[in-house]
Design a protein around this ligand. Structure first.
Ligand SMILES: Nc1nc2c(c(=O)[nH]1)N[C@H]1C(S)=C(S)[C@@H](COP(=O)(O)OP(=O)(O)OC[C@H]3O[C@@H](n4cnc5c(=O)[nH]c(N)nc54)[C@H](O)[C@@H]3O)O[C@H]1N2
Ligand SMILES: Nc1nc2c(c(=O)[nH]1)N[C@H]1C(S)=C(S)[C@@H](COP(=O)(O)OP(=O)(O)OC[C@H]3O[C@@H](n4cnc5c(=O)[nH]c(N)nc54)[C@H](O)[C@@H]3O)O[C@H]1N2
Ligand code: SF4
Ligand SMILES: [Mo]
Length: 671
């Protein structure tokens, strides 16, 4: 009889599902959704249905490795932990002696979202005096734009969407990235709410919508301003709400009335003026319109401003005050834990250099002082996921760069390492999780022993701390002790949780006061359409970087339902579900204009790179747009580069975020 253990999905996904793991002889044999999870209620996405195939993949790294061939060749010999940890410590001592500790750069992101394992390197690198990584690859511009208008106002509970009478899925492919949210959306629809999707192409989510609107990439801010123009012009605004609870509506009206009439917004967005009018009127007449805002539209040079424009919209109609209305950008559950206990910024003797993770290529190849002489990568795959792959790989090829990669698989990045350390999967280590699409938290204990000689992030940093001679008792704590410590610090947000359930390893909801999303946590206590603390006090349309670009196609570097960033490519079945090949989607008219045929090999080019894809022709993609779903591993790519060879290191208007979607290309037949 298999033993049943509880765990948590560790991936970077807003849902943070509870898992049930069937364990037999120390192996996970089956993984299913936990029906006892308050939000995800027992269903899993297609990626996690066979998590056991990832955990027990024949490709798992089981011992440390030392490089024996040229960087990138993938030639390694097995080695012991003692040998590799001693080698890392001695090389770091040499680097510190010559260049100082800031010549060492950690690089980590979202391989696991558990609070202790994810952040395990912070105390170590603070104590070492290493450079700090600005971790802004995902959605800091979205956060900045949201915060400028709504401050720290909590998002509505995701279940509230069921009470909405108009749902807008705005820049979110929820069928891939937030599948459990669609339960509530379906419920709203069953009760009569139309569902509108606003995206740049017909994603799988569009297939389930009543209406699909496809603005030109990067132009959603203008669309929101045009909608607000119509609301203001036609008197569809809530005067009482605006007077009492909104700052700056009159100033906004002075701008949107002359500047954003539907005809001008049609020119900016490519959406016909009549459709903008219709969308605005439907929005204005709805009792409780609910916007679920994704992050894709924030990954542009104007990303934060776009989010600000959209965040202003519910203020005009008072939707922010209505249950089932408003906007869910993400649930901020961070304050539920005293994360400072893990991060330990106090271990830093002085504030050290900060390197933006989106500009890794620049950091590794530029003339920084001190130069980056060692890169330590853990739970991230920068050779695949970071923009400007060519420059990242040029940097990783440097013979004088000492690279250590702590990983579950021999990823594109690990192939360039001098030393590879084997990492546990989430089933093999302890952690505690919060969520960014729900208000759930959950603790996980190891369900199985480590595969091979793999070690968790926490345990690996403990070894490295020992080898570097760090005396602090902190570095001798186990992950379990660290979690206990973290949970022993009470926070206002966790007060009143079902402690018995939580201690039993079940997911529990943070108690959200019913009206919390309707009490605006901004400095003025109002929705701040006008925010005097911003360099631009009022929302307006600003162009994105590539609005000035010359190549004809906008490239969408979008998520696929069958992978998560560059994770899950070890599963052959999931690659098959993605069509078996790294493909580029193009509209029939664009294919015909270039004399390209379905299934042929094509090359996408711009001044940063050239990437081979297999062409898929589909009218799901409008003219002027190309779509590359997923972040494939190089070994499965038709050529020698993957999608991020086309993306740039330029940052967003606010938040220093990535601009993956702000990319232009041309597509040519492959030679
Ligand atoms: N299956 C799967 N799930 C995932 C991920 C994955 O890769 N695969 N990634 C995870 C991660 S790291 C994150 S951050 C989250 C969220 O990941 P995000 O990248 O925020 O994905 P979505 O929120 O679905 O939003 C992306 C959508 O925005 C659209 N888009 C791009 N530009 C524009 C634009 O200018 N306007 C509009 N209206 N739409 C635009 C894209 O076409 C795409 O459908 O998902 C997580 N979940
Ligand atoms: N083209 C394109 N590029 C993108 C995106 C996109 O949509 N399109 N999305 C961007 C976004 S939103 C994000 S958030 C980033 C994500 O970028 P990353 O955080 O780098 O995400 P993954 O590709 O999932 O890589 C995580 C790695 O961590 C490893 N891992 C898992 N668990 C552990 C563990 O416990 N310990 C250690 N040491 N390793 C572990 C996994 O094997 C995996 O290789 O990618 C960005 N890049
Ligand atoms: S990736 Fe998301 S939807 Fe899939 S199991 Fe994990 S938390 Fe659930
Ligand atoms: Mo992300």
């Amino acid at each position: 009889m298999p033993e049943l253990k509880r765990s948590v999905c560790p991936y970077d996904c807003p849902d943070t599902c509870g898992l049930l793991v069937e364990v037999e002889n120390g192996r996970a044999v089956r993984v299913t959704g936990d029906p006892d999870h308050p939000f995800t209620r027992g269903t899993l996405c297609p990626k996690m249905l066979h998590y056991e195939k990832t955990v027990h993949s024949s490709r798992r790294l089981t011992t440390p490795l030392v490089r024996t061939g040229p960087k990138g060749s993938g030639s390694f010999r097995p080695a012991s932990w003692d040998e590799t940890v001693a080698a890392i410590a001695s090389r770091w001592r040499e680097i510190i002696a010559v260049h100082g500790a800031e010549a060492i750069l950690p690089y980590s992101y979202a391989g696991t979202m558990g609070l202790v394992q994810r952040n395990a390197g912070h105390p170590f690198f603070h104590r070492l005096g290493a450079s700090r990584l600005e971790r802004t690859i995902c959605s800091p511009a979205k956060e900045a734009g949201w915060k400028a208008v709504m401050g720290d106002t909590p998002a509505p509970h995701p279940d509230e969407v069921a009470e909405s009478d108009l749902v807008i899925l705005w820049g979110i492919n929820a069928a891939a990235t937030n599948i459990h949210f669609l339960h509530g959306v379906r419920e709203a629809r069953r009760r009569g709410a139309p569902v509108w999707v606003i995206d740049t192409y017909r994603t799988p989510t569009a297939a389930a919508a009543d209406r699909v609107i496809l603005p030109r990439p990067g132009s959603d801010g203008a669309l929101a301003l045009g909608m607000m123009h119509v609301l203001a012009r036609d008197g569809l605004v809530d005067r009482a709400f605006l007077a009492e609870r909104v700052q700056g509506y009159d100033e906004l009206a002075e701008r949107i009335l002359p500047d954003y009439p539907p005809e001008r917004v049609a020119a900016l967005t490519g959406i016909p003026a009549a459709e903008i009018e219709e969308l605005a009127r439907r929005y204005g007449r709805a009792r409780a319109p609910f916007i679920r805002l994704g992050s894709g539209l924030s990954r542009y040079g104007n990303g934060a401003m776009t989010v600000r424009c959209i965040a202003a919209l519910p203020a005009l109609t008072g939707a922010y005050a209505v249950r089932g209305g408003g906007c869910l950008a993400s649930t901020s559950t961070g304050p539920a834990f005293a994360l400072g206990e893990v991060l330990r910024e106090d271990f830093m003797a002085r504030p050290t250099r900060v390197v933006n993770m989106n500009r890794l290529g620049h950091a590794l190849t530029g003339l920084a002082d001190p130069p980056v002489m060692s890169l330590y990568v853990y739970h991230s795959n920068p050779a695949a996921v970071t923009p400007d792959q060519n420059e990242v790989i040029r940097g990783l090829c440097r013979d004088d760069l000492f690279t250590v990669v702590h990983e579950r698989f021999l990823t594109d990045t690990a192939r360039y390492a001098d030393i590879v350390l084997p990492a546990t999967s989430s089933l093999e280590h302890a952690d505690v999780y919060r969520a960014y699409g729900t208000y759930c938290i959950q603790r996980a204990h190891p369900a199985i022993p480590p595969v091979g000689e793999s070690r968790s992030n926490w345990d690996t940093f403990a070894l490295l701390a020992g080898a570097m001679g760090f005396e602090e008792e902190f570095f001798r704590r186990s992950a379990g002790e660290m979690i206990d410590r973290l949970l022993s610090v009470p926070t206002a947000m966790r007060a009143g949780i079902d402690q018995v359930r939580f201690d039993a390893g079940l997911a529990v909801e943070l108690p959200l006061a019913p009206d919390a999303p309707r009490i605006f946590a901004t400095p003025s206590g109002k929705v701040e359409i006008l925010n005097p603390r911003e360099p631009e006090p009022l929302p307006r349309h600003i162009p994105c970087h590539e609005d000035a670009g010359e190549l004809p196609l906008r490239l969408m570097t979008a998520p696929t339902p069958y992978a998560l960033n560059a994770s899950f490519y070890e599963q052959e079945e999931l690659r098959q579900k993605q069509g078996g090949a790294m493909s580029l989607l193009l509209n029939p008219a664009e294919a015909t204009a270039r004399n390209l045929a379905e299934g042929q090999r094509v090359t996408a080019v711009n001044d940063r790179g050239r990437v081979a894809f297999i062409l898929r022709i589909t009218d799901r993609v409008p003219p002027g747009v190309a779509v590359a779903e997923g972040v494939w591993w190089l070994e499965h790519a038709p050529g020698d580069r993957t999608v991020n060879a086309l993306t740039s290191q330029r940052l967003t208007d606010r938040g220093n975020g990535s601009t993956f979607y702000d990319t232009r290309i041309e597509v040519l037949p492959a030679p």
